[in-house]
Design a protein around this ligand. Structure first.
Ligand code: SF4
Length: 254
């Protein structure tokens, strides 16, 4: 079987909090998030997207296996290629981690016995942050959290933080409450990711990002304060930036 992918990195220290991973980027996505900085993968641009046999990826993974904690698959949206992904996970010599938008619970079900860790964004407000995805997909996301919790899969819940969104904190509080109810029977933690715009990233919609990326330090701290009421929380700042006139501290645990 083949995977439609953009590439892999043999040892990455930034894709799963506190872990070394062999990371694979798959192409294609069913959402159109305006802040997406992997939009070329999501939109299947060639290059970088191309077909590679599962066996070839496993061969590369074999050489890095003793150096990594996880095989981590991200994208794009990996569940679009659930069948080939199952073959990849089945052949992996290390535990598997999936980064997904979790809007396809039916496809997630065929992989759950093969994964130990999952990462997903808490996109709030849902329609704004997904480029107009339906409420049905939001319900699918919640259903997927239930599936992960039932299978005792560790969940890394990522909060991408935008600015200038009316009612953001209230909406986030409600969404966090809904997510935490689904996750209470498994291990989970939160990573707060301030949305960075150019020149740090190359977002799909630069005009959207001009208005909504680079939140100020106060908002990021408010989000982190809210998040830590629910689970252990980390704050990521990929690089110090100055949206509020002051740099955000480098990654820290609250
Ligand atoms: S951010 Fe993720 S879910 Fe959204 S378009 Fe990009 S790859 Fe897809």
């Amino acid at each position: 079987m083949k995977l439609y992918l953009a590439g892999w990195k043999s040892v990455s220290l930034i894709d799963v909090k506190g872990k070394a991973t062999f990371t694979v980027w798959l192409c294609g996505c069913n959402l159109r998030c305006p802040f997406c900085h992997n939009w070329r993968l999501a939109d299947r641009h060639e290059p970088p997207c191309h077909w590679v046999g599962v066996e070839r990826v496993l061969w590369e993974l074999g050489h890095a296996a003793r150096l990594v904690d996880y095989l981590h698959v991200t994208g794009g949206e990996p569940l679009i290629q659930a069948d080939a992904l199952r073959e990849l996970f089945r052949g992996s010599p290390v535990p598997c981690s999936l980064n997904s938008n979790l809007t396809m619970p039916g496809r997630l079900r065929i992989l759950v016995g093969l994964i130990e860790h999952a990462a997903t964004d808490l996109k709030v407000p849902w329609r704004v942050m997904t480029g107009g995805a339906s409420e049905r997909l939001w319900r699918n996301w919640l259903e997927s959290l239930e599936i992960l919790a039932r299978e005792k899969i560790t969940v890394e819940l990522r909060i991408p933080v935008p600015r200038n969104i009316h009612g953001y904190l209230e909406a986030l509080k409600k969404a966090l409450s809904e997510a935490s109810r689904r996750l209470r029977n498994t291990t989970w933690y939160i990573v707060v990711n301030p949305l960075l715009g150019p020149p740090h990233t190359d977002p799909r919609d630069r005009e959207w990002c001009r208005r909504h990326c680079s939140p100020g330090r106060e908002l990021v701290n408010e989000v982190a304060g809210l998040a830590k009421r629910y689970a252990k929380t980390y704050v990521n700042a990929i690089e110090p930036y100055r949206a509020s006139g002051r740099p955000v501290e480098a990654a820290s645990a609250l």
